[in-house]
Every structure is written in C-alpha cells, then in structure tokens.
Ligand binder design. Structure first.
Ligand code: ADP
Ligand code: ADP
Length: 225
C-alpha cells in the first residue's frame, strides 16, 4: 500500500489579494515503499510547498493527503504531529544539527523524545552513522565536520525514528558536485537498507537521473518522466 498519496492537492498564497500565486493545481502523487523519487523543478516552482504539505507541516487549500493509508484531512493537530513524528523524516539544504551536541547525540535526541531508551537510541545512532561511513566521526560536533559529513549526519537524524517517508528539500544543494554525489550515495544506502520511500527535491538532473522515478513540477502540475 502507498506510503504517501496526494489527490487533487491545490495551494495558493495571498489568496484573494493582488499578489495571489497558485503554486499547486490539483497535484496527484502516490509513493510506494522502497521507492526513491526525484522532485525536479526550478527555484520558486513550489517544491518546498509540496514537501511541507506531504510532511504535514502545512495544509492544502483543497485535496487529500494520506500517509500510510490514513487520510489526514481535518485530523486534529495532535494527530498530525504524532503521524509526522512517527512516519516522516525531513532533510533540508542546511543541516540544522544542534551545534552543542555530537553527531551521535543529534541522532539520539529525537529517539529519546519518541520514547526510546538511551541504550537503544545509541545503538541505532551508531549503526546509522556506520552505514554512511561516519563511525569515526560519531563524537564530533557539527562544527568539526565537513559539509558533506554534516549532511550525512542530518540524514541519519531524519531516519532516527525509522520513518516510512523521507522528505528531502535540496539535500545536496549546498555541496560541490563531488561531495553531492557521495552524500547522495549515502542517502541511497540508507534508503535501501530501511525500505522507506523518499521524495527528494533537487535541481541536480544528474542526481535525479539516478533515482527510481523523476517527477517534474511545472506551472503547479506534476508530470512523470
Ligand atoms: P521552491 O521550493 O520550488 O523554491 P516554494 O514552494 O518555496 O518553491 O515557493 C513557491 C512559490 O510560492 C514561490 O513563488 C514563493 O515565493 C511562494 N511562497 C512560498 N511560501 C510563501 C508564503 N508563505 N507566502 C507567500 N508566498 C509564498
Ligand atoms: P525551506 O527549504 O522551505 O526553505 P528550511 O530549511 O528553511 O526549508 O526549513 C524551515 C522550514 O521548516 C520552515 O518553513 C518551517 O515551516 C518548517 N518546519 C516547521 N516545523 C518543523 C519541524 N518540526 N521539522 C522540520 N521542519 C519544520
């Protein structure tokens, strides 16, 4: 069954004002488990808006958002927050790691917030770091890591609570091409190991071509290929 399903999702900003902008116009999208999908579009096309709606950080004006079969329309905020915490992981262009905590602690904290024991959380954090080649950096703080290493830690943190859906907004947008490729490989390793579904916004066509599926967001419409 689908991890994420969007049906007829529309979104405007500045509704009814002179600056009204219709960002999404009836978007339909179904993501299956284990699938890595590129969301390709130029800056300003609405990628972040789509990811925020898919991740329950924002609501559409019209249409349905289903996560793991649950229709989130009209659900109370506490339920939306619970589903977001349990089922969705986010990665952004900038890592947003907590600077005063080490890599391993940054991955432990969301698990503690989700009810894990410290021992469980540390084991999982170290396993995640190991799978992206960062075991030797586990006790470094973000400032002591390179940009690519910081992003790999951010991926591990996004996966800390074993989400079904990973949403990434230009996760390599801040990195040089070679580092982008390595960070992307690490992401693919994590996704393949966990079987989750990933939707990755990028304007890097080379990376997009390496994903299972490519979706283009154009004039508020999503098209495949
Ligand atoms: P992308 O991620 O593809 O760069 P966004 O989803 O961030 O695109 O933005 C799509 C369009 O909506 C842009 O024109 C942007 O300026 C506009 N926009 C985004 N957020 C808001 C907002 N909160 N209020 C008004 N306009 C917004
Ligand atoms: P963008 O790519 O849209 O610019 P940023 O990297 O600036 O994204 O991330 C900030 C965005 O994250 C804000 O738009 C905010 O609405 C959103 N956000 C709010 N709460 C959370 C949360 N709990 N986890 C992740 N992102 C959140």
């Amino acid at each position: 069954s689908a991890v994420l399903r969007l049906s007829g999702v529309s979104k405007s900003y500045n509704k009814g004002l002179p600056g009204e902008i219709h960002v999404l116009r009836g978007v339909d999208l179904t993501l299956a488990p284990g699938e890595v999908t590129a969301l390709v579009a130029p800056s300003g096309a609405g990628k972040s808006t789509l990811l925020h709606i898919a991740g329950l950080l924002d609501t559409p004006d019209a249409g349905i958002v289903e996560i793991a079969g649950e229709d989130m329309t009209g659900r109370p905020d506490r339920r939306r927050t619970a589903v977001r915490r349990e089922a969705v992981g986010f990665v952004y262009q900038f890592h947003h790691l907590l600077p005063e905590f080490t890599a391993v602690e940054n991955i432990v904290l969301p698990q503690l917030a989700n009810g894990a024991t410290r021992a469980e959380a540390e084991d999982r954090a170290r396993a995640l770091l190991d799978s992206v080649g960062l075991a030797p950096r586990a006790t470094h703080r973000p400032a002591a890591l390179s940009g690519g290493e910081q992003q790999r830690v951010a991926f591990c943190r996004a996966m800390a609570n074993a989400p079904r859906l990973l949403l990434a907004d230009e996760p390599t947008g801040n990195l040089d091409p070679e580092t982008s490729g390595r960070v992307f490989d690490a992401l693919m390793t994590l996704v393949r190991e966990t079987g989750l579904s990933a939707l990755i916004a990028t304007h890097n066509l080379e990376l997009a071509a390496r994903m299972d599926r490519q979706l283009h967001l154009d004039q508020g419409n999503l098209r495949e290929g």
